[in-house]
Design a protein around this ligand. Sequence first.
Ligand SMILES: [Zn+2]
Length: 254
Amino acid sequence: MDDQALERYSRQLLVPGFELEGQERLLQAKVLVVGCGGLGALAAQYLAGAGVGRLLLVDPDIVEISNLSRQIAYTEADLGLAKSEVLARRLLAMNSSLRVEHKVTCFDATSGPELLAGVDAVLDGTDSHATRQLLDRLTAAAGLPWFMGAAVQMAGQSIAFSGQRAEGCYHCLAPAASAEWGGGCAALGILGPVVGMVALQQTLDLINALSHAAPVPWGVLRQFDFRTGDRMALTLQRRPGCELCCDKRDGAPV
Ligand SMILES: [Zn+2]
């Protein structure tokens, strides 16, 4: 790390448990951000600020005016432009020492394996149950951790899954046949700070996992009610017979 990097990251280097080793781990890491909306765009800004060395941003959408109430990485000048491209430019303006790539595409069964190549962790910025199911499957196969977040109206939730899934998996939490959670922000609405709070929890868990600054509570579902300020933490129970994380022969956890 050169003098400029030491100065740039000086405040976080002082944090006990993070320190130089944690910074080096972040600088060496590559994170895939799937979805550059309210969750992903904010998370990516903090990951770039903290010095995650390589970032890959994926989103098929353009910036629309209805995004601006919560997706504060974007401005009116960005309307009609691809989110991932605008965000990549913004992150490089913030921290030009990073390698930031972007793809204007969906994360799907075709693109997913290639997008995951060389990645150390994945941040979920999607609003789709089906995409999360796919993320769960492909990251489990690749032994990669991922960090889920969801928010609607004035509530949110987040959970971190380890590469090994010893704690269970997203399929245990939300089986394939379960309905789409909530119906999404477009149908039900969302307040900007709500999605921001969830994104920051995901980001902090991811930074802790990569830097080893603090233990990550794998498989603990955090539920936030921002109307009352209540928070709940529920430990995921591995679902017997889970199609992803249980042994195919006897249905027992592997
Ligand atoms: Zn499972």
